[in-house]
Ligand binder design. Sequence first.
Ligand code: SAM
Length: 296
Amino acid sequence: MSLQKEIKTSHRVIRCYQLADTNLDKITVDSFGEEWKSFHGFSNKDLQWLGDKYFDIVTPDMLNNTMKVIDVGCGSGRIIKYLKGRYGQITGIDPSQAIFVANELIGKEDTVELIQTSTDHIPFADNYFDFGYSLGVLHHIPDTAKALNDCIKKIKPGGYFLLYLYYSLDNKPFYFRIIFFLSNLIRRFVSKMPLKMKKITCNILAVVLYLPFVGLCRFLKWLRVPERIRKNIPLQSYESQSFYLIRNDSLDRFGTPLEQRFSKKQMQKMMEHAGLTDIIFSNDIPYWHAVGKKTE
Ligand SMILES: C[S@@+](CC[C@H](N)C(=O)[O-])C[C@H]1O[C@@H](n2cnc3c(N)ncnc32)[C@H](O)[C@@H]1O
């Protein structure tokens, strides 16, 4: 692993590592760099909503303010911001230009370190961190299982790791898979567009694709139709999200060249294989997210 440069900013020094020949997809990483430059103005309400969804299965014995924590693929740094006060020290890593967006979003915080690097070059000794998480990241990496193994190596035995991977719609009716098949065709096309056109197209998709479903779900919610029924409507998970988060997700979903999807069974197996035990899956969105303990 070779250190390429150290960039001094007014908030902290950011170490940047050599990214050639690492387990990453360069076009996808560049696309994320652009995505986070466009989306970093999260309201506190959005951050709270988002973070609470991911951390619903994390208890204070797994994560608290004495611990050394790693955020793998921190993007804009929004989750680090959400977690303020719940860690002793936190290290955010990301290979994209988003690391500089995170630097601005988090601002001056002595307990936060940011490093531009990839999962297979995490510059810490094995068994170093008490808690780690990677949210919506490893499915954008060519070898997801290897990336997970590389992350878990850095967690202490007895420490915990929270993982969110895109699901393969394995808990949904078959028509979700048909809709996904069609939307995936759109993604393959949109993700190849030049940046400006991609952003405009994703904003249009947020209006014409997301909003009709979201509007229907909000209307049914207003009519007090139970959630278990609304859950059968595609994109129901967005019914409580702001339009800002919906636009961000539209660019995330349709603008990203590489994405992979996993069933709950596949994710469980991958987590076990990486050395995690006592795995708890959330029954709530986003699917699938789960936490596991590194074997002692
Ligand atoms: C969908 S974003 C999620 C960002 C953040 N976890 C969040 O929830 O806001 C995926 C992130 O994974 C990062 N990423 C892609 N390949 C990576 C790799 N090999 N190692 C670490 N991060 C990577 C991207 O640069 C991007 O910022």
